[in-house]
Design a binder for this molecule. Structure first.
Ligand code: MN
Ligand code: MN
Length: 444
């Protein structure tokens, strides 16, 4: 190469500047489909149900575990011994779970005790409309889905009024909102019958009428509070989506749609929507579970290929969101190495915290393949790290794929307000992430 200014990398341009004719309409149509998915998928269970419904319409085989983890598989032309093309993302999002014995009455209110799930800034969830979702198994084992109706009342956790906030304001944020204080207000009207806990009884009666449940049935329930309301366009230009659960439904949805849309895959393509990422990918539905291996092993065995060989030849995108550079909080990021909103998905060679602790740290070989794959497909993409080196950090499912000897790198949508009840992502970044996953599934 001649010594010219071309030695310098051009500053990545916003993805808007590289739109082809008619592509913006595609971006908007994709965003519409994604918003519908978010509205249908407020919990991992809802996401599994919606993904299974959509996959079955496409006649794509669906494998699920406890209705909370799902794998979609499209068989390719090549044998499984040549490996898979996997996109693994997660469908659980931070939220407020109910405790096993949640319901009580105090000072004229029926209240629900909670235990938050995932890394939240607790104050985000106070004085904000919430809804109850999940599943209850009744005494006889009947499963009842808990979901609000169209005009159901919202639930909420109170915060102290500013007028009386003198003591609260003096506290550190990390100490001002103890987990034990996140109690949900559930009712105020006492039941007409005499007895103790008449307000609690009235709330329970309403639950019984609607769902057939008793207080005992909380023992076999998974109930959580998630933000009420639907995904909305955000910004005066409507270029973004404000919604609960971009982390990580923006990548899960992109993976699913890409799997549907790859015409005739060369390699067998797998879309994993895992549960429990927000608490370490634990449990039988988390990425550490043998569930995923069991399904794939069965497929490999039928073809006479050891799963280990299939894994060794596989390539995986761990689809997960990262922080978009935020001018309001610029000092937490290295501006040269932080994802920019509107510049497409961010490839993260390493995640983790401190000295890359807890990261699978993709090799140069993996980065080389990734780079050629994305550039070859004309994807607008960028690289980055999650904020400044010593500012904090975060993990993804990547290391649990790497543990299986699968080549993997993180890539996902840059978001603002990560883990808040309203996260924000740019429509164009959701679209470019879809294109990136499509490129992997179309790999030949
Ligand atoms: Mn995530
Ligand atoms: Mn997260």
């Amino acid at each position: 190469m001649e010594i010219t200014r071309d030695l310098l990398m051009r500053k990545p341009a916003p993805a808007y500047e590289k739109l082809k004719d008619g592509e913006w309409e595609q971006v908007l149509a994709y965003a519409k489909g994604y918003k519908d998915f978010l509205d249908a998928g407020k919990t991992e269970r809802d996401c599994v149900a919606e993904a299974a419904f959509q996959a079955e319409k496409q006649r794509i085989p669906v494998y699920t575990r406890h209705g909370k983890a799902i794998m979609l598989i499209r068989r390719g032309k090549r044998p499984l011994s040549e490996g898979l093309r996997i996109v693994a993302a997660h469908i659980d999002s931070p939220r407020i779970d109910l405790k096993p014995y949640p319901l009580y009455e105090k000072d004229g209110f029926a209240l629900l005790k909670t235990h938050y799930y995932g890394g939240i800034k607790k104050y985000h969830w106070l004085a904000s409309p919430l809804e109850l979702r999940g599943i209850v198994y009744l005494r006889d084992g009947t499963a009842v889905k808990i979901a609000p109706g169209n005009d159901s009342p919202v639930l909420f956790i109170t915060d102290v009024l500013p007028h009386l906030g003198t003591d609260q304001m003096k506290k550190k944020v990390a100490e001002a909102f103890p987990g034990e204080s996140l109690n949900v207000t559930a009712g105020t009207v006492p039941d007409a019958e005499e007895g103790d806990d008449r307000i609690k009884f009235a709330v329970l009666s309403a639950l019984h009428k609607r769902y057939g449940m008793t207080e005992h049935d909380f023992q076999s329930a998974e109930l959580c509070l998630v933000p009420a309301g639907n995904a909305r366009d955000a910004g005066l230009d409507g270029s973004m989506i404000g919604a609960y659960g971009h982390d990580d439904r923006s990548c899960s949805y992109a993976a699913m749609r890409a799997l549907f849309d790859c015409p005739a895959p060369e390699y067998t393509c797998v879309c994993i929507m895992a549960d429990k990422e927000e608490i370490g990918s634990e449990g039988i539905t988390g990425m550490q579970s043998a569930f995923y291996d069991t399904v794939l092993e069965e497929m490999c065995t039928a073809e006479g290929t050891p799963l280990s060989i299939c894994y060794q030849n596989s390539f995986c995108f761990s689809g997960d969101v990262t922080n978009a550079f935020d001018p309001n909080f610029a000092d937490v990021s290295d501006p040269q190495n932080n994802a920019r909103m509107g510049h497409g998905p961010c490839v993260m060679k390493a995640t983790g915290r401190g000295g890359k602790s807890g990261s699978s740290d993709a090799s140069a070989e993996t980065m080389s393949k990734t780079r050629r794959l994305l550039d070859g497909a004309g994807v607008c993409w960028q690289m980055g790290e999650l904020g400044k080196v010593d500012q904090g950090g975060g993990g993804t499912v990547a290391k649990f794929l790497a543990m299986r000897n699968i080549e993997v790198v993180d890539i996902g949508v840059p978001v603002l307000n990560m883990h808040a009840p309203m996260e924000v992502a740019a429509k164009i970044d959701c679209w470019q992430t879809y294109k990136a996953f499509l490129a992997l599934y179309n790999d030949c």
